[in-house]
Design a protein around this ligand. Structure first.
Ligand SMILES: *Cc1c(COP(=O)(O)O)cnc(C)c1O
Length: 390
C-alpha cells in the first residue's frame, strides 16, 4: 500500500483503534491478543485505568514547562527511581535513543573531567541501543549502519557473552562498556549471571564505567524491577525507556553520583524530557511495577507461560526450536522463518514481534490474565499447526 508515510517500516496491514488490557481492536471490530505490547512499552496493558486517570488529571493541570524551572512531577519520579535502584541521580528523556546519547556523553565527559584520554566504548554484537548516529555506531551492525557513515568513532563490538573477548578488548583506554542484560532486538538473548558478574569485575579492574541498557528488559519485564538485579550486580549508568511510560513517551538515564559527576549545568538538556505529563504517568507506572507483590505475580505468570511454551516446542519441533528469555520477556527460536510464524499468528488474531536470530518475541502486558496466557498458547498452537502442515 502506498502512503505518505516514509516507508522505513515493513508494516503489517493492520490498524488498531482501541486497546483494553491485553487486547487490541482493529478498524473492522475484530480483536487481537497482544503479545507485543508496542514492543515492551505497554507494560500495564492498554488503557490501564490508573494511567488513564493520572494522564487525564495531569492534562487538566499542566502539560509542559521548561526545564529552566523545577518540575515537581519530575522530582517525584526521580525520587522513586533512586529509592528503588543503585542510582543517585536521574535525567529524563523522551525515548531510549536519547537515553543512549546521554549515557555515551556522560561516560566520555567523566573521563575528560578526570583528565584521562579514555573515549572508547565497548558494545556487543547483536546489540540495539537506538537509531541515532551514536546509537547505531555503538551497535555497529551492518544492517543499521550501512550508508550512514562516517560513523561516530570510538566504538568497538565484541561477541555477546564472550568473557575472553571482552577481557582482551577492555583496556585503560576504555571509557565504558554498554550492554543489554537481556538483548531484545538481538533475539531475546540472556546474559548469564556469571557473565554479568565477570563483566562488573572487568570494569572494576580497569576503571571502565558499566552502562546497562534496560530499555527493553527493565521495568519489571524480567520479573525483577531491573534485569541486572537477578545477578546481584549494579551498573554505574543505566538507560531506561519503553515500559517506564506505559505507552507515554518517556525515558531516563540513571547514574551513581560519581558516574554523573561531570554532567554539570549546561552540559546536557532536553526541551520535552521530564515534562509533567510523562513524569506523572511514569510515577504511576513505577508505583505499580516496583511493588514486590506485583513482581511476584509477573514471575508466577512467566512460569505458567513458559511451561506452556515448552510444551509447544515439544509439540511442534518442525516450527519451534527452543524457548528463550526471562520473566515475561520471552522468545521462541523458530525452525522455520520467524516472520512466517508472526504472519501465521496474525492469522489467529495474535500479535507477536520478530527479532534477530530467527526468534519471535512474546512481550505480553505484565498484567496479562492467566486466561489470556492460556488463549495465547492455544492461538500459537493453531498458528504452528498451519505451518506443520505446510
Ligand atoms: C527500543 C530500544 C532502544 C531505543 O529506544 P527508542 O525509544 O526506540 O529510542 C534502546 N535500547 C534498547 C535495548 C531497546 O530495546
Amino acid at each position: 500500500m502506498i502512503t505518505t508515510v516514509l516507508p522505513t517500516y515493513n508494516r503489517a496491514p493492520l490498524a488498531f483503534v482501541k486497546g483494553e488490557g491485553s487486547w487490541l481492536f482493529a478498524e473492522d471490530g475484530s480483536r487481537y491478543l497482544d503479545l507485543g505490547s508496542g514492543i515492551a512499552v505497554n507494560a500495564l496493558g492498554h488503557a490501564h485505568p490508573v494511567l488513564v486517570q493520572t494522564l487525564t488529571e495531569q492534562a487538566q493541570k499542566l502539560w509542559h514547562v521548561s526545564n529552566v524551572y523545577r518540575i515537581p512531577e519530575q522530582e517525584a519520579l526521580a525520587d522513586l527511581l533512586v529509592d528503588a535502584t543503585f542510582a543517585d541521580t536521574v535525567f529524563f528523556t523522551n525515548s531510549g535513543t536519547e537515553a543512549a546519547e546521554l549515557a555515551i556523553k556522560m561516560a566520555r565527559k567523566y573521563w575528560y573531567d578526570k583528565g584521562e584520554a579514555r573515549t572508547e566504548i565497548i558494545a556487543f554484537e547483536g546489540a540495539f541501543h537506538g537509531r541515532s548516529t551514536g546509537a547505531i555506531a555503538a551497535a555497529g551492525s551492518e544492517k543499521m549502519v550501512k550508508g550512514f557513515g562516517p560513523l561516530m568513532p570510538g566504538f568497538k563490538q565484541v561477541a555477546f557473552g564472550d568473557h575472553e573477548a571482552l577481557a582482551s578488548a577492555i583496556s585503560d583506554k576504555t571509557a565504558a562498556v554498554i550492554i543489554e542484560p537481556i538483548q531484545g532486538e538481538g533475539g531475546i538473548r540472556t546474559l548469564s549471571d556469571a557473565c554479568l558478574k565477570g563483566l562488573r569485575d572487568l570494569c572494576d579492574e580497569t576503571g571502565a564505567l558499566l552502562i546497562f541498557d534496560e530499555v527493553q528488559c527493565g521495568m519489571g519485564r524480567s520479573g525483577k524491577l531491573f534485569a541486572h538485579e537477578w545477578a546481584g550486580v549494579t551498573p554505574d549508568i543505566m538507560m531506561v525507556a519503553k515500559g517506564i511510560g506505559g505507552g507515554f513517551p518517556l525515558g531516563a538515564v540513571l547514574a551513581t553520583e560519581e558516574a554523573a559527576s561531570a554532567m554539570v549545568a549546561g552540559t546536557h538538556g532536553s526541551t520535552y524530557g521530564g515534562n509533567p505529563l510523562a513524569c506523572a504517568v511514569g510515577a504511576a507506572v513505577m508505583r505499580i511495577v516496583s511493588d514486590d507483590a506485583f513482581l511476584a505475580e509477573v514471575n508466577r505468570k512467566a512460569a505458567l507461560f513458559r511451561q506452556g511454551l515448552e510444551g509447544l516446542v515439544a509439540a511442534h519441533p518442525t516450527v519451534f526450536k527452543a524457548v528463550r528469555g526471562q520473566g515475561l520477556m520471552l522468545g521462541l527460536e523458530c525452525a522455520v522463518t520467524n516472520t512466517d510464524v508472526v504472519k501465521a499468528a496474525y492469522g489467529q488474531n495474535l500479535l507477536t514481534v520478530a527479532a534477530s536470530d530467527n526468534v519471535i518475541r512474546l512481550l505480553p502486558a505484565l498484567t496479562i490474565q492467566d486466561a489470556d496466557i492460556t488463549e495465547a498458547l492455544k492461538r500459537l498452537d493453531a498458528a504452528a499447526t498451519t505451518l506443520d502442515a505446510a
